[in-house]
Write a protein that binds this ligand. Sequence first.
Ligand SMILES: Cc1ncc(COP(=O)(O)O)c(C=O)c1O
Length: 353
Amino acid sequence: MADSVKAAVTRVLYSGYIGEGEEVKAFERELAARLGTPRVMTVNSGTSALHLACHMSVDGAPAAEIITTPITCIATNASIVHNGARIVWADVDPLTGNIDPAEIEPLITDKTQAVMMVHWGGNPCDIGRICGIGRANGVRVIEDAAHALGAMYQGQPVGRHSDFVAFSFQAIKQVTSIDGGCLVCKAPEDDARGRLLRWYGIDRETHEPADLRSEVDVAEAGYKFHMNNVAAAVGRENLRQRFGLLALHDSRRKPRRGPLQAAGARDRRIQGPCPQRCSSRLRGIPAPVAEMRRFLRVSSLHPGRMVGVGIGPGARRGSRHQAREIAVLHDRRGKPTSVRRSLRQRLTDDRRR
Ligand SMILES: Cc1ncc(COP(=O)(O)O)c(C=O)c1O
């Protein structure tokens, strides 16, 4: 939590306007500037952002299906079910935990309304290929970027590529507003619709001399998903601090030597950019995708080392929680019970081939 949060929250709390107002608009402008997008719509959680994305993708279609990944937080796929769509599981790349584009295309039917990808651990999926599949099949593409604020894909911030990109500002994310999130819609008409949907379907910007709660016509029933000024004040200060820290980190990074490197991993921090120019920002450490893959291979051979760089159990609360989710989900799918074992198996299979 940035030290400056205290003063900012005190200012807003006693300003006479704690609901959705100017502070929220300022947070949206600052997020848009960081992501390099024309518009960002804040909401009260990443789950709400995903819900709006699914709502607009399904758009009332009967028997709708959304292709998604099992390696995620329950919020991703709950939003599909709550919008009346059926979940269709696509398999993941066991080396990244991200949805495998090759698994998506065969699952597309005339009922498919969207493909959902999750940048697991902040490590970007193959966004370009998945968006290409979406375009070729007339299907919307949603990114669950809850872990990926500040991650880069092909030299551009995650947030610029798909029809809908949802970020989370929940307590343990890169930037927290205590609870909160935002949705980036590529199409201006989706953005306009989403802004109505996030507050009952009512246009808060209307200049009609009417009581907004009882005298305006509502074309489409919406939700109460908006962010408030207090959360926005917390988010603004943490956003500034986090991106300041990342810039400092980038300017100070030094080569690192350790057991992983001795085991064959090249140090991801002294590598040049990854060929796809991707990087993850989980816990503030940029990690090019190719290096993450190499790291996972080596970690699977040297399991004890996973802890040291914050991927495995014990590194901190967030990563323990994520490691457990991966393990449980592998169980349900009848695959190996831990990532470590599945990676080892994969390496053994590779060697046999
Ligand atoms: C992958 C993923 N998607 C969605 C969410 C939901 O975000 P929020 O807690 O802001 O609703 C989370 C939260 O942890 C998450 O990890």
